[in-house]
Structure formats: structure tokens, C-alpha cells
Design a protein around this ligand. Structure first.
Ligand code: G4P
Length: 283
């Protein structure tokens, strides 16, 4: 399967982010906990160098808990702070504020040595489309937050959300584009629903999913659809179509309908908590 993106947007977004980086102390990067590698754009490491770094493993509610822990350890070993998250709920948000302060410890100490007191930490949320940036900002900032508006010395038009006396957040997230050099990245993004299904071959995509599940999560398909798993992916899709009554006129099996159904069940977590990517050591 072949995936493409649009370079025009990328250059503009990257330039904007370079500008915004000058204003902040901490980069809060969201990744999708089901594909922590493919949902990152490694360019952020260059853009955010010299900044404190926090990775939020978002949609952790849909991911395999043990693998989320393993990915957390993987990132922490590389010097990032990490928090697991379901951005739609407020649980876990308090923890983030603590980790933000911890991640910015060095800056706070530098400030103190220079006699600067009570300057809030400034942070910016970044991530690829659909990873949950807006949801996170809304939930984290909540209703109680106040927009601080423009300040002298700050680029005109920038809005800061005051989260508490210690932290301010840039109200518009930075959009990164996924890196499509590796076709697996495109495949995983398509599987989690980050690429519009209209431009994808749903049947093929579902066969890829079946193959991954057979390899990495044996038993899941069998349990969900009461089918024999030791078959070719296309045969399994046919069985799913049968079990779920996906038929066209003339009683012919509707593979595309079954494919869409399978993908929906995976994306919404009905097949269980499934992480598609494994950290290096566990591959
Ligand atoms: P973006 O700004 O990074 O583009 O992402 P956005 O916040 O718009 O979130 C994209 C989708 O992901 C939304 O669903 C949102 O509800 C969902 N989402 C965000 N965080 C989480 C999470 O931690 N867990 C789960 N399960 N879902 C999350 P949507 O279907 O596009 O909209 P809606 O159904 O919420 O209306």
C-alpha cells in the first residue's frame, strides 16, 4: 500500500514552530500510545533541542498497558519525561503539572540563581494530526483557565493559557507531520484511523490488521468473532463477513463491509487494548 502527504503544509508549520520554540521552556509532545514510534516526527528533536521535553503517551486507554509501560521506560532512558494519558478525562492531569515542574527543574534553578522569582514555565503542545492535542489542551486547561493575552516582548497575537501560578501554555498546538519514509509508518497511521479511509484500500488494510493480530495478539480474533484463526487473512475476513452478516444482494459476502467493521472495532478498542508497535528491545 502506498501513502503520501503534502509537503506544502509541512514547511509552513515547521517555520511557525521554529518561531514558537523561541518563546517556550518545555515541549509537551503527544504521541499515540498504540504506535509511539510512528506517531512521532523525529524532527521535533532538532526543533526542540535545548528545551525540556515531556512525552504524553495519549490514548493509553486503547493501548496495551504493559507495552505502554515499556515505551515509557524506553523514552525515559532517552532523557524524556513521560506520562500516560487519556486526554478526554481529567484523571492524570494533576500528575502532569508535577512532571512539568520536574522537567523544568533546571530552568527554575537557573532562574533562582539569577534572582528571577515566580516566572511561570512556558510550554507548547505539539504532535501529529489527530493525536489528541486539542482534546488535551481543553481538558488540561479546563474551564478555570484564563487567557493571559498579549504581553510586551511576546510576539503579537500569541495567546497564553494560564494553567496555574507556575505554568502557561501556548493556546495553539504545533502540528507536526508524520514521517512517511517507512511504509510501515503509513500503515500504522492508517490502522489507527489517522488517514482518511476514503483514500485507502480498506480491504487491504484490514488484511494487514488481521495478519498483525495473528502474529502479535493470537486469540483475539478467535475470541471476538468465534472463528478459526489458523487461516489466510482473506479467509478470516470472509468468516468475519459471515459471522456478522455482511452480505450483498444475491447472498454474496461483502468483504468491504466486514473490513470496515473490523477496523472500527479495532480503533474503538472493542478488540481489546492493542498496541501495534514494540520498543526496540521487544520487537
Ligand atoms: P488533534 O487536535 O491532535 O488533531 O486531535 P483531537 O484533540 O481533535 O483528537 C482526535 C480524536 O481523538 C478525537 O476523537 C478525540 O476525542 C480523540 N481522543 C483524544 N484523546 C483521546 C484519548 O486519550 N483516548 C481516546 N480514546 N480518544 C482520544 P474524534 O472521534 O475525532 O472526535 P469525538 O468523537 O471526540 O467527537
Amino acid at each position: 500500500m502506498h501513502f503520501q502527504w503534502y509537503p506544502g503544509h509541512m514547511t509552513k508549520a515547521k517555520r511557525q514552530m521554529q518561531e514558537d520554540m523561541k518563546l517556550i521552556d518545555l515541549v509537551i509532545e503527544l504521541v499515540d500510545a498504540r504506535i509511539p514510534f510512528s506517531s512521532r516526527n523525529p524532527d521535533i528533536d532538532e526543533l526542540g533541542k535545548n528545551k525540556a521535553r515531556l512525552i504524553l503517551m495519549n490514548k493509553a486507554d486503547l493501548a496495551n498497558q504493559q507495552l505502554t509501560a515499556a515505551w515509557g521506560a524506553y523514552f525515559r532512558e532517552k532523557g524524556y519525561f513521560t506520562v500516560n494519558l487519556d486526554a478526554r478525562t481529567r484523571a492524570g492531569m494533576k500528575n502532569i503539572s508535577d512532571v512539568v515542574m520536574e522537567a523544568c527543574q533546571e530552568k527554575l534553578e537557573r532562574d533562582r540563581r539569577r534572582g528571577i522569582k515566580n516566572r511561570p514555565v512556558r510550554a507548547m503542545v505539539v504532535g501529529i494530526p489527530n493525536v489528541g492535542k486539542s482534546t488535551f489542551i481543553n481538558t488540561y486547561a479546563g474551564k478555570a483557565c484564563a487567557k493571559t493575552g498579549n504581553k510586551p516582548g511576546v510576539t503579537k497575537g500569541k495567546q497564553w493559557i494560564r494553567l496555574n501560578k507556575n505554568v502557561e501554555l501556548l493556546d495553539t498546538p504545533g502540528i507536526l507531520w508524520p514521517k512517511f519514509e517507512d511504509q510501515r509508518v503509513g500503515l500504522y497511521l492508517a490502522l489507527i484511523g489517522s488517514i482518511k479511509d476514503e483514500i485507502l484500500n480498506i480491504d487491504e488494510l484490514s488484511l494487514e490488521l488481521i495478519q498483525i493480530l495473528q502474529e502479535k495478539y493470537p486469540g483475539v480474533l478467535q475470541e471476538r468473532f468465534q472463528i478459526q484463526e489458523e487461516q489466510k487473512p482473506a479467509e478470516i475476513l470472509g468468516e468475519i463477513a459471515q459471522k456478522r452478516n455482511c452480505v450483498k444482494r444475491g447472498n454474496e459476502l461483502d468483504y468491504s463491509k466486514a473490513a470496515a467493521l473490523l477496523l472500527e472495532e479495532f480503533r474503538s478498542g472493542k478488540l481489546g487494548k492493542i498496541t501495534l508497535e514494540f520498543p526496540e528491545k521487544q520487537r
